[in-house]
Design a protein around this ligand. Sequence first.
Ligand code: SAH
Length: 395
Amino acid sequence: MPAVILKKGKERLIHLKHPWIFSGAIEKIENVKQSGETVVVKSFDGKELALGAISLHSQIAVRIWSFDVNQNIDEDFFSKRIQSAIELRNKIINYNQTNVYRVINSESDLIPGLITDVYRDFAVCQFLSAGAEFWKGKIVEILKQKLKLQNIYERSDTDSRRKENLEERIGVLSGNEPPDLVEVIENNLKFLVDIKSGHKTGFYIDQRDNRKILSDFAKDKSVLNCFSYTGGFSIYAHSSKAKSITNIDSSSTALNILLKNFSLNDYSSDKVENIEGDVFNVLRKFRDERRTFDLVILDPPKFAESASQINKAARGYKDINLLAMKILNPGGFLFTFSCSGHITQELFRKIVDDAAIDSGRSVKIIKQLTQSADHPVLSSFPEGLYLKGLVCEVV
Ligand code: SAH
C-alpha cells in the first residue's frame, strides 16, 4: 500500500489529531502513483498511525482521512462523514427560515478539502485539495442522494487549488446550470445569489449569525455598511427599521445585486444610499466633511493572504477602524470584522485597541463574534477559525 514515513519524533503531531502533515515532517514516500490517493502514514519505526490523502505538490503533503488505520477509505466512508455533517446542520438550521447554509466545512467536518454550500435546490462545491479531487465523482453522487437535490455546481476557482497543482474549474457537476441569480431565504429575508461568479460560492454565509445580531442594534439608526457586497448586513438593518442605510463597495456588480435585494425586501428608496468607491477614501472624506453615523459595519475582504502580509494588513485594519471610530456619533456602535486566518483573535483585538487609543474615543467591547454555526471549528484544527468580529460601543 502507498505509504508516507514520518521523520523521527514527528509521530507526536498525529497524537494531537491535527489533520495536516507538512512535507517537512516526511522522511520517505513509498509506492505512490498519483496525488490524491490514499496513503498509510507510519512513524519512523514503522508503526501505522493514520490514513490520508497525499498531495505531491502542496506543502500540506497529507490531509488525514482517519486516525483509525483499519478504516476503509471508500464510498461508504464518505457517505458516513457527509451524513454526520448533515446531521449537525439539522440541529442548527431552521430550514423553513433559511435555505442557504454551509453543509460541509472541509477539515472541521472531517472531510479535508471539501466545501459544500446549499443554495435552495443547488449545492455548490469547492474541491480544494488533491484528496477531495480524487473522490469528486463519488462525493457528487453521495451529495445528490443525501441532500435530496439534483443540481450540483462546482466553484473550484481558489488559490488553494493552485498550491495543489489542480486547475481551476467552474461548471455543472450534475443537474441544471444555475440561473444567473438564485433567490434564497436567510432568516426569512430574501437574497439573490450569483452562484456562478459571485465571491466564494456566491454569498457570505459565514456572516449569517452576525447579521442577525446586527438586527438587534439597527432600529432607528443611521447605518454605514462598508464593504457591503450584495447587502447582507444592510437588508437586516433595513428589516429592523434602521433610519437610513449607506452602502460602500468598490464593485458595481455587487451594488447592483444589493439594489435588487432591497427591492425584494420592501425597499423604500429614500432611506438607502449606495456609494461605489474605495472604503478608505470614502471614510476619509466623511471624516473631513464631519459626516457621522450611529452604526458602522466594517467587513473587509481578507487583507492578509499569507503570513508575510500580516503587518501590511494590520495597518489596513487599523486605518479603517480608526476612521470608523472617528465618524461614529457618541454612543454609536461599531461592528468590525477580520476574515484573515493569519490575523489571530489577539492581534485583531490589539489592532482595534490601538485604533481606539488613537481615535481619542472611549471604546467598550460589548460582544465578540465569530463565523456562523454551520462553519464549525474542529477542536484539533484551530486554523478552522478565521472570522473574528467585535461589537464596540464608541462614546
Ligand atoms: N459584508 C458582506 C461581505 C463583504 S465581502 C456580506 O455580509 O455579504 C467584501 C467586499 O468588499 C466585496 O464586495 C468587495 O467588492 C469589497 N471591497 C474590497 N476592497 C474594497 C475597497 N477597498 N473599498 C470598497 N469595497 C471593497
